[in-house]
Design a protein around this ligand. Structure first.
Ligand SMILES: NC(=O)c1ccc[n+]([C@@H]2O[C@H](COP(=O)([O-])OP(=O)(O)OC[C@H]3O[C@@H](n4cnc5c(N)ncnc54)[C@H](O)[C@@H]3O)[C@@H](O)[C@H]2O)c1
Length: 457
């Protein structure tokens, strides 16, 4: 195995770094952020709030217009925050990529989804490189923040950037990678509280990236690009494997009449060597169900097996169906009814609590499965009042969150809680519907009063 040593890149990058460090010291670095979504927008806010000047770029004109009107399009980011950012006069947003030449750092926060064969889809990364390359100038630094397989910066980005700009990476412009660890809706850890890993292939480029990210948080250096790329995948694979494991244990424990939630609660009193993970209806969001398979894809190229990750993926994909099986079984046993005669309320569309992001949400697979088995499905989600223009899952478009009135609940055959949002009246649901499948222990506090009606999945 060879670990690249790029430290022979020579004097050009060192001169560039020296100039950059001086300008960083004087707060003169202008930061360009490409992709103003769940990751890019809070990152822009972090730089602006720490006194830096930011230009935001996005291909979505609606987002740019919203920002000009001081309006947030992400629920957990307030309009006030956007107004503060815009009013600071240190922030501007545009769809015009000519402005790339005016910024010093270009941070790419674009999507990295899976394609139809469950392989990496780097189209957004490639497109953004093609869009910025004609405007590149010497002395700039490009940092990929999107999650991807180790090698992407050198093997995918570098050739596009060099070919279309006529400039050389590690000589004329700097290339770094810094994985995004944003956790939307996390009230304890925001962008400026989470250390940022940075990697680049030369000492000068690492110094440039560290000087930049130190403006907003603690920068943690690693020795090269692909190590930094691997850090993010390791973090997300760790979560996928452990969440899948707890769900596998949950199936076993349930058969044995053991409450997994009680087991975890007791196990986590061990002060070392154990981290709590919880069972659920599946795994959602733009990261955990996707990123691990960027590594399995790349591992194949090296002829290496990643069976552990593949198995975790199979467990993950089986979970929504298990939830529907449980609902069907209980309908038969309790109401002598079938899914074809049932109206099922799915409580929670978002993939996790207290946010409005429904990308890859297990609720979507549960709704599909319920419909495929003939059920009528409605949903309630206080964070997603209606669904429109949801290209990822068009069959959801047009649905509206059901108001939890006694009249509406009277028609419900069963409730499946898929997201443990805080502002849902679970007592009302338990009182006014025949039974609840609770996949998230959302009813933990009231469970003892409704043991006959609540089934923990
Ligand atoms: N959402 C999370 O919680 C999270 C956490 C950590 C890492 N990540 C990673 O960060 C990356 C971005 O994720 P996100 O959730 O912010 O995605 P997002 O879909 O919310 O935002 C991406 C933005 O990029 C824009 N965009 C697409 N192509 C573009 C282009 N060529 N030029 C400029 N803008 C373009 C889109 O219009 C969109 O506004 C992904 O790789 C993801 O895996 C996401």
């Amino acid at each position: 195995m060879s670990i690249n040593n790029f430290d022979d890149y020579g004097p050009q990058i060192e001169a560039m770094a020296s100039d950059w460090l001086d300008r960083a010291e004087r707060n003169e670095i202008v930061v360009g952020i490409l992709g103003l979504g769940y990751v890019g927008l809070p990152l822009a806010d972090a730089f602006v709030s720490r006194g830096q000047t930011v230009v935001g770029f996005d291909v979505d004109k609606n987002k740019i217009d919203a920002l000009h009107n001081k309006r947030s399009y992400i629920r957990h980011i307030s309009d006030e925050k956007i107004a503060r950012m815009v009013d600071s006069s240190r922030f501007s947003a545009t769809t015009d990529f000519n402005a790339i030449s005016k910024v010093d750092a270009i941070l790419l926060c674009v999507p990295t989804p899976l394609n139809e064969e469950y392989g990496p889809d780097l189209k957004y990364v490639e497109d953004s490189c093609r869009m910025i390359a004609p405007h590149l100038r010497k002395g700039q630094m490009i940092v990929l923040e999107s999650t991807t397989w180790p090698g992407t910066s050198e093997e995918v980005m570098r050739p596009i950037l060099e070919e279309l700009s006529g400039l050389k990476a590690h000589k004329d412009f700097a290339l770094a990678y810094s994985p995004e660890r944003e956790d939307p809706g996390n009230e304890n850890y925001g962008t400026t509280d989470i250390p940022k890993v940075v990697g680049a292939n030369t000492r000068g480029e690492r110094d440039m990236a560290i000087a930049l990210y130190s403006k907003v948080t603690t920068a943690v250096e690693v020795s090269n690009l692909k190590t930094a790329e691997a850090v993010k995948l390791m973090e997300n694979i760790y979560r996928l494997v452990n969440i899948s494991l707890i769900n596998e244990l949950n199936v076993v424990f349930k058969e044995m009449g053991i409450d997994t939630w009680e087991v975890v609660k007791a196990a986590k009193t061990k002060p070392f060597g154990f981290q709590a993970f919880y069972p659920g209806p599946g795994i959602g969001g733009h990261c955990i169900p996707i990123d691990p398979f960027y590594l399995t894809y790349k591992a194949k190229e090296f002829g290496v097996s990643s069976e552990f990750i593949e198995h975790a993926g199979r467990v993950m994909r089986s979970l929504p169906k298990n939830v529907v099986d449980l609902a069907e079984k209980n309908l038969k046993e309790r109401l002598k009814s079938d899914l074809t005669d049932a109206k099922v309320l799915v409580c929670g569309l978002a993939y996790k609590k207290n946010i409005d992001d429904m990308r890859e949400s297990p609720s979507l697979h549960i709704i599909d499965e319920l419909r495929a088995r003939g059920a009528e499905v409605v949903y309630h989600d206080p964070y997603i009042p209606f669904v429109e223009n949801f290209h990822e899952h068009p069959s959801m478009n047009g649905m509206k969150s059901l108001e939890l009135t006694p009249e509406n609940l009277e028609e419900i055959s069963c409730v499946i809680i898929t997201t443990e949002h805080r502002n849902v009246d679970y007592v009302k649901l338990a009182k006014l519907t025949p039974f609840i499948i609770d996949t998230r222990n959302a009813t933990g506090d009231i469970y003892a009063n409704f043991t006959d009606k609540i089934i923990k999945s």
